[in-house]
Each structure stands twice: as structure tokens, then as C-alpha cells.
Write a protein that binds this ligand. Structure first.
Ligand code: NAP
Length: 262
């Protein structure tokens, strides 16, 4: 572990949950929080082996971790995720709402099922786990919630069409502000990050099938002329989780290599 005990970003003794942490951005965030000393619950829905591999990697680095299966779009699962975390570790200090999906569909062809599946995970899931964690944090009189929104909650990114995804992420951004306002009196901070294009298994599929779009839109669209890596999101989440961000709430930090600048 590379945490400096008592340092500005130290998370020693904190209990964190990262949803959808069996791969991609969630995996990187789980490892990043653990590297600053947090005990991390690695939530997953289907990939038990991969979640256990993330737990093993955290433990091998000297950290503490546990995998918990829960479909965050299901109310009872969301409640159980928090209850099992409290039963294992006594409290919840940090919640990272990361689990999410993109189901591309032109608006005129988007089925109600596609729309609802997107909202169920990307928006209902964030609300359900935040509500369950918020109840615990209100009782504790402290907590930090960080949701993974998207630049797609700020702009209609192009040329792929996924109105449902864009709307779900815009919802995450507004939910962040609403919860920050409602729960400030309980010493709970609620923030989000809005990543641009980040290389994960999710985006690798697009890279394979549409390399021209990735080059011409994703890379050239960013003033830094590239897509990002999962590790480039860790610092902002550690900051928002830590006491360094004690006066930061209701904020959406865009991390997109400057894509939304022009
Ligand atoms: P990913 O590689 O597809 O990983 C998604 C994760 O979510 C997996 O660990 C998956 O676990 C989990 N998950 C899926 N359904 C779940 C459910 N019902 N309950 C709990 N966990 C569930 O995605 P990613 O690229 O890392 O993206 C992570 C987040 O960042 C998403 O919210 C995404 O919208 C957002 N984001 C991504 C990008 C990007 O360019 N990659 C940009 C902006 C925002 P199982 O496999 O175990 O089910």
C-alpha cells in the first residue's frame, strides 16, 4: 500500500463500496481506493471469478477487501449490499456508484425494454444504492458518495446514438446535486465524475468494430488527441472520497482530455 498515514488523501480505516468493480473502471477505482488504505467491497453482478481476482489483488498488495454479489438495479439487492457491508465491517464511509451499461439504439428504433434496462441500471441503481448507503451514513453522521456519470450527461456525443444512456447520465448528474443538497446537513458529501472516452472492455468492442470512429471522433475530438486510461480516473475519486474534498459537494468533475471544450 502506498498510502501516507494521516496524509491529505489518506483513507485508512475507511470502508468503501465500489459497484460493478469486477472489471474496467470499477476495478481500477477499487484498487485505487485500497491503495490509499480503504477497505473495499468489490460489488459485481455476474463475474464472480473476476471480482474474486480483484479482491485477491488488493489483498496481495496488503489491503482488505471482500466481494459481494448484488444486482444494483434490484431494490432488495441494493439494500442487502449495504446491510452485508455493515455486517462485515460495521459502517459505510465511501460509496462509488460505477455499475452501468450502454445499449446503443437510434431513438426511433429504441425499444421500451432497452430504454428501461438502461434506466434501471444507470439511474435506478444509483438511486437505490445511494438511498441504502445514505440511510447508513445519516445514522453515522458522515459519508462520501461518488457516482460515475459521463460527458454523455453533458453533451450528445456523436456519431453513436444512445439517447437513453445520455439521459440516464444526465439524471445521475442531477441526482448528485439533489442528494448533495438534501444530505449536507448529515455531513454527507455527494459528487460525481464525468469521464470522456476511457479504454475498457466496453469501449474495446467499439475499437475493434469501428476503428475509424475511434480515431476520427474519440481521439481527435479530445484536445489531448487520445482516449483515456482507467487509472486516469482514480485520483479524482480518491480526492472526492478523502478529507481533502471536505468543502466539495454537488460537483461533477469532467475528465475527458478536453473533449467537451469544443
Ligand atoms: P464495463 O467494463 O462494462 O464494466 C461494467 C461493470 O458493471 C462490470 O464490473 C459489471 O459486473 C458491472 N455490472 C453490470 N451490471 C450490473 C448490475 N446489474 N449490478 C452490479 N454490477 C453490474 O464498464 P466500464 O467501461 O468500466 O464503465 C463503468 C462505468 O463508467 C459505467 O457507469 C459507464 O457508463 C461509465 N463510463 C464509462 C466510460 C468509458 O468510456 N468506458 C465513459 C464514461 C462513463 P459483472 O460483469 O460482474 O456483472
Amino acid at each position: 500500500m502506498n498510502a501516507v498515514q494521516g496524509g491529505l488523501f489518506d483513507l485508512s480505516g475507511k470502508i468503501a463500496i465500489v459497484t460493478g468493480a469486477s472489471r474496467g473502471i470499477g476495478e481500477a477505482l477499487a484498487k485505487g481506493l485500497a491503495a490509499q488504505g480503504a477497505t473495499v467491497v468489490v460489488n459485481y453482478n455476474s463475474a464472480a471469478d473476476r471480482a474474486e481476482a480483484v479482491v485477491s489483488a488488493i489483498e496481495a498488495a496488503g489491503g482488505k477487501s471482500k466481494a459481494i454479489k448484488a444486482d444494483v438495479s434490484v431494490e432488495a439487492d441494493a439494500d442487502r449490499l449495504i446491510a452485508e457491508t455493515v455486517s462485515a465491517f460495521g459502517r459505510v464511509d465511501i460509496l462509488v456508484n460505477n455499475a452501468g451499461i450502454v445499449l446503443p439504439a437510434a431513438a426511433e428504433d429504441c425499444s421500451l425494454e432497452t430504454w428501461r434496462r438502461t434506466m434501471a441500471l444507470n439511474l435506478d441503481g444509483v438511486f437505490l444504492v445511494s438511498r441504502a448507503a445514505g440511510r447508513q451514513m445519516i445514522a453515522q453522521k458522515s459519508g462520501s458518495i461518488i457516482s460515475i456519470g459521463s460527458m454523455s450527461g453533458r453533451i450528445v456525443n456523436w456519431p453513436f446514438r444512445h439517447a437513453a444512456y445520455n439521459v440516464s447520465k444526465a439524471g445521475v448528474h442531477m441526482l448528485t446535486k439533489a442528494l448533495a443538497t438534501e444530505w449536507a446537513e448529515h455531513n454527507i458529501r455527494v459528487n460525481a465524475i464525468a469521464p470522456g472516452y476511457i479504454r475498457t472492455e466496453l469501449t474495446d468492442e467499439v475499437l475493434k468494430e469501428h476503428p475509424d470512429v475511434v480515431r476520427d471522433h474519440w481521439e481527435k475530438g479530445a484536445v489531448q488527441n487520445r482516449i483515456g486510461n482507467v487509472t486516469e480516473l482514480v485520483g479524482a475519486v480518491v480526492y472526492l472520497a478523502s478529507n481533502a474534498a471536505s468543502f466539495t459537494t454537488g460537483e461533477i468533475i469532467t475528465i475527458d482530455g478536453g473533449l467537451t471544450l469544443r
